[in-house]
Design a protein around this ligand. Sequence first.
Ligand code: FAD
Length: 495
Amino acid sequence: MDRRKFVKTSLAAGVAASFPLVAACGDKAKVATEAEAAVAAVSLDGAEIELSKAAIREFGEALSGPVLLSGDPGYDSARKIWNGMHDKHPALIARCRNTRDIQHAVDFARDNSLLLAVRGGGHSWPGKSVCEGGLMLDLAEMIRVDVDAGARTAWCDGGALLGNLDDATLAQGLVTTAGVVSHTGVGGYTLGGGFGRLNRKFGLTIDNLLAAEIVTADGKVHEVSADNEPDLFWAIRGGGGNFGAVSRFKYQLHPFDRNVLSGLIVWPIDQARDVLEFYAGWQGGLSRELYTGPAMMTHPELGQVIAMEVVYNGDPVQGEKELAPLRAIGKPAVDTVTVQDYKVLQTHEDATVAHGIRSYAKNAMIGEFSQALVDDMLDSFVADPRAAVFTHTCGGAVGDPGATDTAFPHRDVATMIVFFTGWMDPELDEEGKQICRDWHAALEKYSLGYYDNIEQDGDRRVANNFGPNFDRLRQVKGRFDPGNLFRLNSNIEPA
Ligand SMILES: Cc1cc2nc3c(=O)[nH]c(=O)nc-3n(C[C@H](O)[C@H](O)[C@H](O)COP(=O)(O)OP(=O)(O)OC[C@H]3O[C@@H](n4cnc5c(N)ncnc54)[C@H](O)[C@@H]3O)c2cc1C
């Protein structure tokens, strides 16, 4: 079976200011009607409020992008985010086109005490980038990426997708760490940490973040870096969207030959013990060039399988040598490992997890890939086509910074196990969530914490999870967002 067929799982079911406001200024009758007709909205603390249409019109006139109200063309597609379970109706959607637009939207939300959701790529599992009744600050039109090949850096808009970033950098023979599904947004992804297939060599995406332009709750624009507003720069490297709306990120890039030894090796599940036991003993000694980790799932054609995804970011001959013992295990049903374009792997799951899927995810950061973990992974395997576990292999450059060097504390980990369920039928929502929770519960005892970006219930345990960084994060939050305007995230309450 070829690789393309393998990745087409059953989950791939596949899924201008046009607000019609009034007319001419100076038309008194019209203005009076407008004043009467208000738009129902929800305040920051959840109360029902009303926004006058005159205020909305003034807001719309200040923005270069459209402000969309319910019933406007484009409103329904703009409010949809990736996870089909979140069907929310913002009172207003502000489609920002530049930093000035973001400032206007932040000012409008703050001045009206309006609930505010910031949408980057819209991949938030718990649906934090859309809100019921508030303002959705929508960055979907801000997707520009400017690569400076000489300096090996890229400025990337806050609404761009990982595919935009990869395309722009790879075209110049450069790359930075980007996640495994190309329609994920750089915004939430970067602010939470950023795991990807190159993280053992280049570190997390936050380790490649050189600077960012951010609009804070007072509407001010800050360009933050290690030298400028270092506390804020520290906080946005792992602290999520708590501190403002990021209009642009500046990334460090690395020279990269996009033809990499990469692919998938898949074994029937009855060989899972051999694969996992081998991996447990092997993964601690992997070179930084090699990224590989196990996944277990039920495939529509192959049945229950264990798979290892492989990317070797270096000389393929060396890569073949390092991979040889893995490829020699048992009898793989599929082995697609060959020298191929990095983009093949970077996009091969895109259709499997297409927009509109209903999905739940949890994860566990694992300190040691022990024999006990192997036994429990085998015992807890859920043979259900809606469920899968994946791993993001850590170690290498992920562990170079200390726990307090960036806001993201989980540096000393061997791997992250991701528990994923996906389905299409809304009637299966409760079942789909429960399968994921149960699988996670079976392995939670090995967890040192979680990666907030791939976690449905992150906001409940935020203090614990940030560990030694929590107090400093609260201080920074108190300084830049004392009114907690940016609260739709795993929220850090201001000190
Ligand atoms: C299919 C899929 C695959 C994934 N793969 C990976 C992976 O390989 N590696 C990995 O590390 N993670 C991965 N993730 C998790 C991903 O990092 C998070 O879902 C992340 O929040 C997505 O960012 P977004 O901009 O698309 O999300 P959004 O839903 O737009 O936003 C998520 C959160 O970030 C905030 N936010 C977004 N943009 C900005 C901004 N510019 N300024 C301020 N706040 C902002 C939002 O307000 C919200 O709180 C994956 C998620 C999905 C659904």
